[in-house]
Design a protein around this ligand. Structure first.
Ligand SMILES: NC(=O)c1ccc[n+]([C@@H]2O[C@H](COP(=O)([O-])OP(=O)(O)OC[C@H]3O[C@@H](n4cnc5c(N)ncnc54)[C@H](O)[C@@H]3O)[C@@H](O)[C@H]2O)c1
Length: 337
């Protein structure tokens, strides 16, 4: 078993990585209490049941799959289940699912009686490489993503590659886009691995290395005062495209969003890697609508947009651009419309 430590003072915790670990969750997490197990109906139900069997008193709640469940209404329902079963401050919540379940269950844990313990067992590549680490939890409100939430570090995370076998190849690629992002901004060696090897075969190595990189960023900047913004590489334009509702997954939008922010030399190596992963390298979309939709928090008071650029693989630069310069970048990268 590989154990990765996340050093955040009193909020420090460990991430346990090994195939088959779900069955041993009771040895790693304190489940000898009331446990709210949150999952969704796209996740094989036996995962939550396996976890429940290790709890002294487990209550499984299965929410409908999809972003539409990441709401205050669903959270209210979970809180009511906890109330109905007389959960106290000493009880806990465990997420068994992708980023939707993790964000929702984490925020529920942060809120119930001002905070109970939270554990995360991510079941998608995206949540294993990215969303399960860093403590960002929350829900959407009025279709604004993640507008309500809290920093809530888990007490422990299990990364079990066996849980990924039931994922579609498209979902696997979707998650790997976030690992490509980490490689481009921090780690040329990891990027070369994508070039030289079969990423599916190297999946656990990719996940562990991406986690190490993310842990290092989060340890330096837990609350996103500075460095952590680098994790938004590809996300500014990506969110613009995602908000158009064209059916692209989040990671696919990030793949597209990385292109305008990469130098021509970087793009030359990035495009073959994205193709290898069956991620999009071009898209037919309304560029003005996407630019308009770039979330307001990306725009400074002057109308400038903060963005992360990669001129050389393994490094990054943050810069504020005027709206016009930003528009030019997007038009240059997506000239076809
Ligand atoms: N907190 C963070 O730092 C952070 C970072 C990135 C993304 N996110 C959030 O994560 C969410 C996206 O996460 P996601 O991509 O995991 O999406 P998701 O949770 O919606 O999961 C994608 C789909 O896969 C299904 N699924 C999950 N595990 C499965 C399995 N093992 N086998 C088969 N199907 C399975 C789900 O039912 C769902 O339909 C978004 O809400 C995003 O905002 C959060």
């Amino acid at each position: 078993m590989t154990t990765l430590h996340v050093g955040l003072g009193a909020d420090s915790y460990d991430i346990y990585v090994e195939g088959g670990l779900l069955k041993r969750a009771g040895e790693l997490f304190r489940l000898d209490r009331k446990v709210l197990v949150v999952t969704d109906d796209g996740v094989p139900s036996e995962y939550a049941e396996t976890l429940k069997a290790q709890c002294r008193e487990g209550h499984v709640v299965t929410i409908p799959q999809g972003e539409g469940s990441k709401t205050l209404e669903t959270m209210g329902m979970l809180l009511r289940v906890m109330m109905a079963h007389h959960f106290t401050r000493g009880d806990c919540v465990v997420a068994v699912g992708g980023g939707v379940v993790g964000d929702l269950a984490g925020y529920t844990a942060a809120s119930y009686m001002r905070g109970v313990d939270f554990y995360n067992i991510p079941t998608t590549v995206l949540s294993q490489v990215d969303s399960s680490v860093g403590g960002k939890t929350g829900v959407n409100l009025d279709h604004i993503k993640n507008i309500v939430g809290a920093f809530k570090q888990p007490k422990g995370v299990i990364i079990d590659r066996e849980l990924l076998h039931s994922l579609s190849p498209r979902q696997v690629s979707n998650g790997l886009a976030e690992a490509v992002k980490m490689a481009l901004t921090f780690d040329e060696t990891l990027f070369s691995l994508f070039e030289a090897e079969d990423p599916e075969e190297a999946l656990e190595r990719i996940i562990v290395q991406s986690l190490k990189l993310k842990i290092s960023v989060v340890e330096q900047d837990e609350k996103e005062a500075g460095l952590r913004k680098v994790l938004n590489f590809g996300h500014t334009v990506g969110h613009g495209i995602e908000s158009l509702g064209l059916g692209y997954y989040h990671g696919e939008c990030v793949a597209l969003g990385m292109l305008p922010m990469s130098s021509p030399a970087v793009r030359e190596r990035l495009i073959p890697v994205l193709r290898k992963l069956n991620l999009p390298v071009t898209a037919d979309f309304d560029r003005e609508a996407a630019l308009k939709a770039l979330s307001h928090d990306k725009k400074g008071e002057s109308g400038s947009i903060s963005a992360v650029f990669v001129d050389e693989i393994g490094s990054f630069r943050m810069e504020k651009l005027s709206g016009d310069d930003f528009r030019r970048l997007v038009y240059d990268a997506f000239p076809q419309v």
